[in-house]
Design a protein around this ligand. Sequence first.
Ligand code: SF4
Ligand code: SF4
Length: 82
Amino acid sequence: MSGEGKKDGPYPVIIQDECKGCGRCIHACPRNVLELSDHINVQGFRTARYTGQGCSGCAICFYNCPEPFAIEVHNPDREVKA
Ligand code: SF4
Ligand code: SF4
């Protein structure tokens, strides 16, 4: 899963099996930090992935994704610690 394991600063997580590879998040990202991967998911789509650095946490990718469960934006600095 893209972004998994990264704990410094905000980062997007693309839920691979929910992504339809439409590319909207890729084109919408102002930081240009998303790209299409070579991974083919269970639905037969190439999926988006995070390049691994540069995310600002703006969540524009999240708001441009037509799939309700395909992308999340995490910001460890803002998440409440239990
Ligand atoms: S949160 Fe913003 S900067 Fe980060 S991947 Fe999404 S659109 Fe790009
Ligand atoms: S906008 Fe959503 S469905 Fe489209 S490529 Fe990005 S994460 Fe996948």
